[in-house]
Design a protein around this ligand. Structure first.
Ligand SMILES: Nc1ncnc2c1ncn2[C@@H]1O[C@H](COP(=O)(O)OP(=O)(O)OP(=O)(O)O)[C@@H](O)[C@H]1O
Length: 225
């Protein structure tokens, strides 16, 4: 479902004497439906960089990244938008939304964009916000003033509102209390049971061990190896 084939990534810092940072060399990873792979490796080994390449935010220097049969290193903007709409979700660490959009709409929006009716999307959004313990009186407010943990839960609700077949998780439990952390771990395991292929970064090792089938250490894919 998510295939990373011989991927290399070097950053060139044009405003700093053309300095080159070789982050990944010949990285390979294959994630099957229903599998969760955790990315590990020392700080700076390229975990976030690889996730951003898979989501199409960073270009790939070499190699191919295949999502559900499409090579996203060659995809145009229209194809990439369609993949993000229907196939690949991304739970980022920080919520990025437009100001003044109510929480309920923020959560339902990706599902509506993927073709669901407003009524069905709002119903699903309400179920998820309830499950993630966001009090109902906050649903009509913008999440921009919410606490860090509340914002993270809105972000998770938004990414789980529709059943993406592939999902990227960037520290999904980082700012959560125990009960919400357990809820998110259950949601990840349910998505897995429903066939989602997932790649995650978890600094919370206990959470990682409860969801990950495999751990891949990106330090093995650096230029020194
Ligand atoms: N946009 C960028 N421009 C230049 N260098 C970058 C950029 N993004 C990442 N890097 C460099 O790539 C390397 C890997 O960074 P990355 O954030 O992927 O590491 P990580 O494994 O996720 O680290 P951490 O565990 O600390 O979050 C770092 O040396 C970083 O400086």
């Amino acid at each position: 479902m998510i295939e990373v084939l011989n991927v290399s990534k070097t950053f060139t810092l044009y405003n700093q004497q053309q300095a080159r940072i070789e982050v990944l060399k010949d990285a390979n990873l294959n994630v099957m439906p229903g599998e969760c792979v955790a990315l590990a490796g020392v700080s700076g080994s390229g975990k976030s960089t690889l996730m951003r390449m898979i989501y199409g935010n960073y270009l790939t220097n070499e190699g191919r990244i295949i999502i559900d049969g499409t090579d996203i290193t060659e995809a145009n903007a229209h194809q990439m938008m369609s993949i993000r709409r229907h196939t690949l979700g991304y739970v980022s660490q920080f919520l990025r939304v437009l100001p003044r959009v109510p929480t309920l709409k923020v959560v339902a929006e990706p599902m509506i964009a993927a073709g669901a009716s407003e009524q069905a999307a709002h119903q699903r959004a309400k179920e998820l916000l309830t499950r993630l313990r966001i009090p109902e009186h906050l649903w009509s407010l913008s999440p921009l003033t919410f606490s860090g943990g509340e914002q993270q839960r809105v972000n998770i609700a938004r990414s789980f509102c529709q059943p993406y077949p592939a999902l990227l998780l960037d520290e999904p439990t980082a700012s959560l209390d125990g009960a919400n952390r357990d809820t998110v771990i259950s949601m990840i395991n349910e998505a897995k049971a429903n066939g989602a292929a997932m790649i995650g970064i978890f600094h919370d090792i206990e959470a990682r061990d409860r969801v990950a089938d495999r751990v891949v250490d990106l330090s093995n894919f650096t230029a020194e190896h």
